[in-house]
Design a protein around this ligand. Structure first.
Ligand SMILES: *Cc1c(COP(=O)(O)O)cnc(C)c1O
Length: 426
Protein backbone atom coordinates (compact mmCIF):
# COMPACT_ATOMS: atom_id res chain seq x y z
CA UNK A 1 0.00 0.00 0.00
CA UNK A 2 1.37 3.49 -0.78
CA UNK A 3 2.87 5.13 2.29
CA UNK A 4 0.46 8.05 2.34
CA UNK A 5 -2.52 5.68 2.64
CA UNK A 6 -1.57 3.53 5.55
CA UNK A 7 0.24 6.33 7.37
CA UNK A 8 -2.86 8.49 7.18
CA UNK A 9 -5.08 5.68 8.35
CA UNK A 10 -2.92 4.47 11.18
CA UNK A 11 -1.70 7.71 12.66
CA UNK A 12 -4.25 10.45 12.21
CA UNK A 13 -6.18 9.18 15.22
CA UNK A 14 -3.40 10.18 17.61
CA UNK A 15 -2.71 13.40 15.77
CA UNK A 16 -5.01 15.60 17.83
CA UNK A 17 -4.69 13.93 21.23
CA UNK A 18 -3.61 17.06 23.07
CA UNK A 19 -6.41 19.20 21.64
CA UNK A 20 -8.92 16.52 22.50
CA UNK A 21 -8.21 17.08 26.16
CA UNK A 22 -7.35 20.77 26.30
CA UNK A 23 -9.37 22.50 23.61
CA UNK A 24 -12.47 20.43 23.01
CA UNK A 25 -14.11 23.23 20.97
CA UNK A 26 -11.51 23.26 18.24
CA UNK A 27 -10.93 19.52 18.54
CA UNK A 28 -14.66 18.97 18.04
CA UNK A 29 -14.78 21.14 14.94
CA UNK A 30 -11.72 19.45 13.46
CA UNK A 31 -13.26 16.03 14.03
CA UNK A 32 -16.51 17.25 12.47
CA UNK A 33 -14.62 18.52 9.44
CA UNK A 34 -12.69 15.25 9.11
CA UNK A 35 -15.98 13.35 9.21
CA UNK A 36 -17.44 15.65 6.55
CA UNK A 37 -14.41 15.00 4.34
CA UNK A 38 -14.63 11.24 4.82
CA UNK A 39 -18.42 10.88 4.49
CA UNK A 40 -18.82 12.86 1.29
CA UNK A 41 -17.80 12.80 -2.36
CA UNK A 42 -15.35 15.66 -2.85
CA UNK A 43 -15.37 16.83 -6.46
CA UNK A 44 -13.80 20.28 -6.09
CA UNK A 45 -10.87 19.91 -8.50
CA UNK A 46 -8.57 22.29 -6.59
CA UNK A 47 -8.67 20.19 -3.42
CA UNK A 48 -6.82 17.10 -2.28
CA UNK A 49 -6.07 15.03 0.84
CA UNK A 50 -2.51 15.27 2.15
CA UNK A 51 -0.42 12.48 3.60
CA UNK A 52 0.41 12.00 7.25
CA UNK A 53 3.95 13.17 6.42
CA UNK A 54 2.69 16.52 5.12
CA UNK A 55 0.45 16.93 8.18
CA UNK A 56 3.35 16.18 10.52
CA UNK A 57 5.63 18.76 8.90
CA UNK A 58 2.82 21.34 9.05
CA UNK A 59 2.37 20.69 12.76
CA UNK A 60 6.10 20.89 13.51
CA UNK A 61 8.39 23.28 15.43
CA UNK A 62 9.54 24.87 12.17
CA UNK A 63 6.51 27.17 12.64
CA UNK A 64 8.39 28.85 15.53
CA UNK A 65 11.21 30.30 13.48
CA UNK A 66 11.74 33.70 11.86
CA UNK A 67 13.93 33.37 8.78
CA UNK A 68 13.52 36.49 6.63
CA UNK A 69 15.91 36.28 3.71
CA UNK A 70 17.15 33.19 1.89
CA UNK A 71 19.35 30.21 2.86
CA UNK A 72 22.81 31.53 3.80
CA UNK A 73 21.57 35.18 3.81
CA UNK A 74 19.12 35.55 6.67
CA UNK A 75 18.19 38.59 8.71
CA UNK A 76 17.85 36.50 11.88
CA UNK A 77 20.24 34.19 13.72
CA UNK A 78 19.68 30.53 14.40
CA UNK A 79 18.75 29.50 10.88
CA UNK A 80 21.31 26.76 10.19
CA UNK A 81 18.70 24.01 10.39
CA UNK A 82 15.97 26.01 8.66
CA UNK A 83 18.43 26.56 5.78
CA UNK A 84 18.71 22.79 5.39
CA UNK A 85 14.94 22.47 5.23
CA UNK A 86 14.52 25.27 2.68
CA UNK A 87 17.43 24.04 0.54
CA UNK A 88 15.97 20.53 0.52
CA UNK A 89 12.62 21.91 -0.65
CA UNK A 90 14.35 23.93 -3.39
CA UNK A 91 16.49 21.03 -4.63
CA UNK A 92 13.55 18.61 -4.67
CA UNK A 93 11.35 21.07 -6.59
CA UNK A 94 14.11 21.78 -9.13
CA UNK A 95 14.54 18.08 -9.80
CA UNK A 96 10.82 17.31 -9.86
CA UNK A 97 10.03 19.98 -12.46
CA UNK A 98 13.39 20.32 -14.23
CA UNK A 99 13.55 23.99 -13.22
CA UNK A 100 16.68 26.20 -13.18
CA UNK A 101 15.66 28.25 -10.15
CA UNK A 102 12.92 27.80 -7.55
CA UNK A 103 11.57 30.12 -4.88
CA UNK A 104 9.67 28.07 -2.29
CA UNK A 105 8.60 31.00 -0.10
CA UNK A 106 5.30 32.26 -1.62
CA UNK A 107 2.49 31.74 0.87
CA UNK A 108 -0.05 30.72 -1.75
CA UNK A 109 -0.92 30.85 -5.43
CA UNK A 110 -2.17 34.43 -5.56
CA UNK A 111 0.87 35.86 -3.74
CA UNK A 112 3.14 33.83 -6.07
CA UNK A 113 1.55 35.42 -9.14
CA UNK A 114 1.68 38.83 -7.50
CA UNK A 115 5.42 38.40 -6.92
CA UNK A 116 6.01 37.51 -10.57
CA UNK A 117 4.17 40.59 -11.82
CA UNK A 118 5.88 42.75 -9.20
CA UNK A 119 9.25 41.45 -10.40
CA UNK A 120 8.74 41.67 -14.14
CA UNK A 121 6.16 44.39 -14.82
CA UNK A 122 5.68 48.03 -13.89
CA UNK A 123 2.22 49.31 -13.00
CA UNK A 124 0.35 50.07 -16.22
CA UNK A 125 2.30 47.55 -18.31
CA UNK A 126 0.37 45.37 -20.71
CA UNK A 127 -0.05 41.64 -20.04
CA UNK A 128 -2.24 39.03 -21.67
CA UNK A 129 -4.11 36.26 -19.81
CA UNK A 130 -7.30 34.21 -19.95
CA UNK A 131 -10.73 35.58 -18.96
CA UNK A 132 -12.04 34.38 -15.60
CA UNK A 133 -15.39 33.41 -17.11
CA UNK A 134 -13.71 31.06 -19.59
CA UNK A 135 -11.17 29.42 -17.33
CA UNK A 136 -8.63 32.01 -16.16
CA UNK A 137 -7.90 32.84 -12.51
CA UNK A 138 -8.78 36.08 -10.69
CA UNK A 139 -5.07 36.93 -10.57
CA UNK A 140 -4.88 36.73 -14.38
CA UNK A 141 -6.21 40.25 -14.80
CA UNK A 142 -9.77 40.30 -13.50
CA UNK A 143 -10.93 43.88 -12.85
CA UNK A 144 -11.78 43.24 -9.16
CA UNK A 145 -8.30 41.80 -8.51
CA UNK A 146 -5.03 43.69 -7.94
CA UNK A 147 -3.82 42.25 -11.26
CA UNK A 148 -6.58 43.96 -13.21
CA UNK A 149 -6.26 47.20 -11.27
CA UNK A 150 -2.49 47.55 -11.32
CA UNK A 151 -1.69 46.31 -14.82
CA UNK A 152 -3.22 46.66 -18.26
CA UNK A 153 -4.24 43.00 -18.37
CA UNK A 154 -5.89 42.09 -21.69
CA UNK A 155 -7.83 38.88 -21.93
CA UNK A 156 -8.27 36.05 -24.38
CA UNK A 157 -11.01 33.43 -24.25
CA UNK A 158 -11.89 30.12 -25.84
CA UNK A 159 -13.24 29.52 -29.34
CA UNK A 160 -17.02 29.69 -29.68
CA UNK A 161 -17.15 26.61 -31.91
CA UNK A 162 -15.35 23.99 -29.81
CA UNK A 163 -14.90 25.82 -26.47
CA UNK A 164 -11.14 25.22 -26.66
CA UNK A 165 -8.17 27.57 -26.95
CA UNK A 166 -7.64 28.98 -30.40
CA UNK A 167 -3.91 29.63 -30.66
CA UNK A 168 -4.24 31.67 -33.86
CA UNK A 169 -6.59 34.16 -32.21
CA UNK A 170 -4.26 34.43 -29.21
CA UNK A 171 -1.28 34.96 -31.54
CA UNK A 172 -3.13 37.73 -33.41
CA UNK A 173 -4.08 39.46 -30.16
CA UNK A 174 -0.51 39.20 -28.86
CA UNK A 175 0.86 40.52 -32.15
CA UNK A 176 -1.49 43.50 -32.04
CA UNK A 177 -1.09 44.39 -28.35
CA UNK A 178 2.57 43.43 -27.77
CA UNK A 179 2.14 42.43 -24.11
CA UNK A 180 5.20 42.41 -21.90
CA UNK A 181 3.98 39.16 -20.34
CA UNK A 182 2.01 36.31 -21.90
CA UNK A 183 0.26 34.14 -19.33
CA UNK A 184 -1.29 30.71 -19.74
CA UNK A 185 -2.39 28.03 -17.27
CA UNK A 186 -5.94 27.97 -16.01
CA UNK A 187 -8.34 27.20 -13.25
CA UNK A 188 -11.35 25.88 -15.18
CA UNK A 189 -10.11 24.60 -18.53
CA UNK A 190 -10.60 20.86 -19.07
CA UNK A 191 -8.30 20.40 -22.06
CA UNK A 192 -4.55 19.98 -22.57
CA UNK A 193 -2.59 23.19 -22.95
CA UNK A 194 -0.17 23.36 -25.87
CA UNK A 195 2.66 25.09 -24.02
CA UNK A 196 4.96 24.99 -27.05
CA UNK A 197 2.49 27.14 -28.98
CA UNK A 198 2.38 29.69 -26.16
CA UNK A 199 6.19 29.73 -26.08
CA UNK A 200 6.23 30.41 -29.83
CA UNK A 201 3.70 33.26 -29.54
CA UNK A 202 5.74 34.83 -26.73
CA UNK A 203 8.93 34.55 -28.78
CA UNK A 204 7.30 36.13 -31.82
CA UNK A 205 6.00 39.09 -29.82
CA UNK A 206 8.92 39.51 -27.40
CA UNK A 207 6.83 38.73 -24.30
CA UNK A 208 7.98 37.01 -21.15
CA UNK A 209 6.39 33.58 -21.25
CA UNK A 210 4.65 32.56 -18.02
CA UNK A 211 2.55 29.53 -17.06
CA UNK A 212 0.46 29.21 -13.91
CA UNK A 213 0.12 25.44 -13.58
CA UNK A 214 -1.57 25.58 -10.17
CA UNK A 215 -4.29 23.11 -11.10
CA UNK A 216 -2.20 20.66 -13.11
CA UNK A 217 1.04 20.85 -11.08
CA UNK A 218 0.87 17.17 -10.12
CA UNK A 219 0.12 16.17 -13.71
CA UNK A 220 3.07 18.23 -15.04
CA UNK A 221 5.48 16.90 -12.39
CA UNK A 222 4.77 13.34 -13.54
CA UNK A 223 4.60 13.90 -17.30
CA UNK A 224 0.88 13.08 -17.37
CA UNK A 225 0.47 16.61 -18.79
CA UNK A 226 3.26 18.35 -20.69
CA UNK A 227 5.55 20.22 -18.26
CA UNK A 228 6.42 23.79 -19.31
CA UNK A 229 9.05 24.36 -16.61
CA UNK A 230 12.17 23.46 -18.63
CA UNK A 231 11.49 26.00 -21.39
CA UNK A 232 9.19 28.71 -19.98
CA UNK A 233 10.62 31.89 -18.45
CA UNK A 234 8.46 31.66 -15.35
CA UNK A 235 6.14 28.99 -13.95
CA UNK A 236 4.05 29.27 -10.80
CA UNK A 237 2.14 26.48 -9.14
CA UNK A 238 0.18 25.99 -5.98
CA UNK A 239 1.27 22.94 -4.03
CA UNK A 240 -2.11 21.86 -2.63
CA UNK A 241 -4.06 20.90 -5.75
CA UNK A 242 -3.06 17.90 -7.91
CA UNK A 243 0.45 18.16 -6.40
CA UNK A 244 -1.13 17.03 -3.10
CA UNK A 245 1.03 19.03 -0.72
CA UNK A 246 0.31 21.76 1.85
CA UNK A 247 -1.73 24.88 1.02
CA UNK A 248 1.01 26.97 -0.58
CA UNK A 249 2.89 27.73 -3.83
CA UNK A 250 6.28 27.99 -5.53
CA UNK A 251 7.76 30.03 -8.37
CA UNK A 252 10.10 28.43 -10.91
CA UNK A 253 12.10 30.49 -13.37
CA UNK A 254 15.09 30.79 -15.65
CA UNK A 255 18.32 31.92 -13.95
CA UNK A 256 18.16 35.38 -15.53
CA UNK A 257 14.88 36.16 -13.71
CA UNK A 258 15.93 34.58 -10.40
CA UNK A 259 17.27 37.66 -8.64
CA UNK A 260 14.29 39.87 -9.56
CA UNK A 261 11.79 37.24 -8.49
CA UNK A 262 13.51 36.45 -5.20
CA UNK A 263 13.61 40.18 -4.40
CA UNK A 264 9.93 40.57 -5.25
CA UNK A 265 8.93 37.77 -2.85
CA UNK A 266 11.20 39.08 -0.09
CA UNK A 267 11.56 41.93 0.77
CA UNK A 268 9.12 43.08 -1.94
CA UNK A 269 5.93 41.48 -0.74
CA UNK A 270 6.38 39.05 2.14
CA UNK A 271 8.09 38.98 5.50
CA UNK A 272 9.10 35.83 7.31
CA UNK A 273 8.63 32.65 5.27
CA UNK A 274 6.44 29.89 6.70
CA UNK A 275 9.17 27.31 7.18
CA UNK A 276 6.83 24.62 8.52
CA UNK A 277 4.91 24.86 5.25
CA UNK A 278 8.19 24.83 3.32
CA UNK A 279 9.11 21.61 5.19
CA UNK A 280 5.72 20.17 4.21
CA UNK A 281 6.32 21.21 0.58
CA UNK A 282 9.63 19.33 0.66
CA UNK A 283 7.80 16.23 1.95
CA UNK A 284 5.21 16.52 -0.82
CA UNK A 285 7.92 16.90 -3.52
CA UNK A 286 9.55 13.69 -2.31
CA UNK A 287 6.21 11.89 -2.51
CA UNK A 288 5.51 13.34 -5.97
CA UNK A 289 8.80 11.90 -7.27
CA UNK A 290 7.74 8.30 -6.53
CA UNK A 291 6.37 5.79 -9.07
CA UNK A 292 3.22 5.53 -6.91
CA UNK A 293 2.54 9.21 -7.43
CA UNK A 294 3.04 8.90 -11.16
CA UNK A 295 0.42 6.14 -11.20
CA UNK A 296 -1.78 8.33 -9.05
CA UNK A 297 -1.57 11.25 -11.51
CA UNK A 298 -2.34 8.97 -14.46
CA UNK A 299 -5.29 7.49 -12.55
CA UNK A 300 -6.72 10.98 -11.86
CA UNK A 301 -7.04 11.52 -15.62
CA UNK A 302 -8.40 8.02 -16.29
CA UNK A 303 -11.03 8.59 -13.61
CA UNK A 304 -11.92 12.02 -15.00
CA UNK A 305 -12.37 10.63 -18.52
CA UNK A 306 -14.59 7.85 -17.22
CA UNK A 307 -16.66 10.22 -15.07
CA UNK A 308 -17.08 12.54 -18.07
CA UNK A 309 -18.34 9.61 -20.15
CA UNK A 310 -20.84 8.52 -17.49
CA UNK A 311 -22.24 12.06 -17.18
CA UNK A 312 -22.57 12.44 -20.95
CA UNK A 313 -24.24 9.02 -21.18
CA UNK A 314 -26.68 10.28 -18.54
CA UNK A 315 -27.64 13.24 -20.75
CA UNK A 316 -25.44 16.07 -19.47
CA UNK A 317 -23.44 18.34 -21.78
CA UNK A 318 -19.76 18.82 -20.97
CA UNK A 319 -17.96 21.98 -22.04
CA UNK A 320 -15.70 21.09 -25.02
CA UNK A 321 -17.29 17.62 -25.03
CA UNK A 322 -15.06 16.03 -22.40
CA UNK A 323 -11.74 16.32 -20.61
CA UNK A 324 -8.02 15.57 -20.99
CA UNK A 325 -7.18 16.51 -17.41
CA UNK A 326 -8.44 16.15 -13.85
CA UNK A 327 -11.46 18.41 -14.25
CA UNK A 328 -14.57 19.01 -16.30
CA UNK A 329 -17.22 21.69 -16.65
CA UNK A 330 -20.75 20.37 -16.67
CA UNK A 331 -23.57 22.38 -18.23
CA UNK A 332 -26.49 21.54 -15.93
CA UNK A 333 -29.18 23.59 -17.69
CA UNK A 334 -30.46 20.53 -19.59
CA UNK A 335 -31.81 19.28 -16.24
CA UNK A 336 -33.79 22.51 -15.76
CA UNK A 337 -31.55 23.84 -12.99
CA UNK A 338 -28.73 26.38 -12.66
CA UNK A 339 -25.17 25.90 -11.42
CA UNK A 340 -26.15 27.32 -8.04
CA UNK A 341 -29.16 24.99 -7.81
CA UNK A 342 -26.93 22.07 -8.75
CA UNK A 343 -24.29 22.99 -6.15
CA UNK A 344 -26.96 23.22 -3.43
CA UNK A 345 -28.70 19.96 -4.37
CA UNK A 346 -25.38 18.11 -4.55
CA UNK A 347 -24.32 19.50 -1.17
CA UNK A 348 -27.58 18.15 0.24
CA UNK A 349 -26.34 14.70 -0.87
CA UNK A 350 -22.83 15.31 0.59
CA UNK A 351 -21.39 15.72 -2.89
CA UNK A 352 -19.23 18.83 -3.06
CA UNK A 353 -18.48 20.94 -6.14
CA UNK A 354 -18.58 24.58 -7.14
CA UNK A 355 -20.90 26.45 -9.44
CA UNK A 356 -19.00 27.80 -12.43
CA UNK A 357 -19.60 29.87 -15.53
CA UNK A 358 -19.41 28.04 -18.83
CA UNK A 359 -17.95 29.77 -21.91
CA UNK A 360 -20.35 32.38 -23.35
CA UNK A 361 -22.60 31.88 -20.33
CA UNK A 362 -25.88 33.76 -20.60
CA UNK A 363 -26.43 33.60 -16.83
CA UNK A 364 -24.63 35.62 -14.12
CA UNK A 365 -21.46 34.44 -12.33
CA UNK A 366 -23.54 34.30 -9.10
CA UNK A 367 -25.91 31.82 -10.66
CA UNK A 368 -24.14 30.44 -13.73
CA UNK A 369 -25.05 27.55 -16.03
CA UNK A 370 -22.45 25.07 -14.91
CA UNK A 371 -20.56 23.28 -12.21
CA UNK A 372 -16.85 22.43 -12.10
CA UNK A 373 -15.89 18.99 -10.88
CA UNK A 374 -12.76 16.85 -10.79
CA UNK A 375 -11.20 13.63 -9.55
CA UNK A 376 -8.01 14.40 -7.51
CA UNK A 377 -9.56 13.71 -4.08
CA UNK A 378 -11.50 10.61 -5.15
CA UNK A 379 -8.35 9.20 -6.74
CA UNK A 380 -6.35 9.86 -3.57
CA UNK A 381 -9.01 7.84 -1.73
CA UNK A 382 -8.26 4.93 -4.05
CA UNK A 383 -11.19 5.07 -6.46
CA UNK A 384 -10.80 3.64 -9.95
CA UNK A 385 -12.79 3.83 -13.20
CA UNK A 386 -15.43 1.36 -12.02
CA UNK A 387 -16.21 3.60 -9.05
CA UNK A 388 -16.72 6.56 -11.39
CA UNK A 389 -19.81 4.86 -12.79
CA UNK A 390 -21.35 5.03 -9.34
CA UNK A 391 -20.18 8.60 -8.68
CA UNK A 392 -21.56 9.75 -12.04
CA UNK A 393 -24.89 8.08 -11.32
CA UNK A 394 -25.08 9.75 -7.89
CA UNK A 395 -24.51 13.14 -9.55
CA UNK A 396 -27.13 12.62 -12.27
CA UNK A 397 -29.67 11.19 -9.81
CA UNK A 398 -29.20 14.16 -7.57
CA UNK A 399 -29.53 16.72 -10.38
CA UNK A 400 -32.63 14.97 -11.71
CA UNK A 401 -34.23 15.20 -8.27
CA UNK A 402 -32.85 18.60 -7.26
CA UNK A 403 -36.18 19.76 -5.86
CA UNK A 404 -37.18 16.56 -4.08
CA UNK A 405 -35.88 16.75 -0.50
CA UNK A 406 -36.87 13.16 0.29
CA UNK A 407 -35.04 11.75 -2.74
CA UNK A 408 -31.95 13.84 -1.96
CA UNK A 409 -31.91 12.45 1.56
CA UNK A 410 -32.01 8.91 0.19
CA UNK A 411 -29.13 9.65 -2.16
CA UNK A 412 -27.16 11.11 0.75
CA UNK A 413 -27.52 7.83 2.62
CA UNK A 414 -26.19 5.92 -0.38
CA UNK A 415 -23.30 8.39 -0.78
CA UNK A 416 -22.27 8.05 2.89
CA UNK A 417 -22.32 4.27 2.61
CA UNK A 418 -20.34 4.31 -0.64
CA UNK A 419 -17.65 6.51 0.96
CA UNK A 420 -17.05 4.00 3.76
CA UNK A 421 -15.30 1.80 1.20
CA UNK A 422 -12.59 4.44 0.73
CA UNK A 423 -11.28 5.50 4.15
CA UNK A 424 -8.32 7.85 4.32
CA UNK A 425 -8.00 9.45 7.78
CA UNK A 426 -9.25 7.37 10.66
C1 LIG B 1 -5.79 28.05 -7.31
C2 LIG B 1 -5.16 28.95 -8.31
C3 LIG B 1 -4.49 30.10 -7.90
C4 LIG B 1 -4.54 30.67 -6.50
O1 LIG B 1 -4.12 29.94 -5.49
P1 LIG B 1 -4.46 30.35 -3.96
O2 LIG B 1 -3.56 29.46 -3.21
O3 LIG B 1 -5.90 30.08 -3.78
O4 LIG B 1 -4.13 31.79 -3.79
C5 LIG B 1 -3.83 30.83 -8.88
N1 LIG B 1 -3.86 30.47 -10.17
C6 LIG B 1 -4.53 29.38 -10.60
C7 LIG B 1 -4.53 29.03 -12.04
C8 LIG B 1 -5.21 28.60 -9.68
O5 LIG B 1 -5.90 27.54 -10.12
Amino acid sequence: MPFWDWRGLALYEQHLNYLKEHDPDIFGYLEEEKKRQMDGIELIPSENLVSQGVLEALGSVATNKYSEGYPGKRYYGGNEVIDKIENTAIERAKKLFGAEHVNVQPNSGSPANMAVYWALLSPGDTALGMKLTEGGHLTHGHPVNFSGKLYNFLQYGVDKENEMLNYETIAQLADKEKPKLLLCGFTAYPRKIDFKKFRKIADETGAVCMADISHIGGLCATGVHENPSPYFDVVTTTTHKTLRGPRSAIIMCKKNFAEKIDKAVFPGLQGGPHEHVIAAKAVAFKEAATPEFKNYAAQIVKNAKKLAQVLMDNGLRLVSGGTDTHLMLVDVTAFGISGKGAETALEECHIYCNKNTIPFDTKSPWDPSGIRIGTPVLTTRGMKEKDMQEVGDFISDCLHNANDKEKLKQIRGRVNKFCLQFPFYK
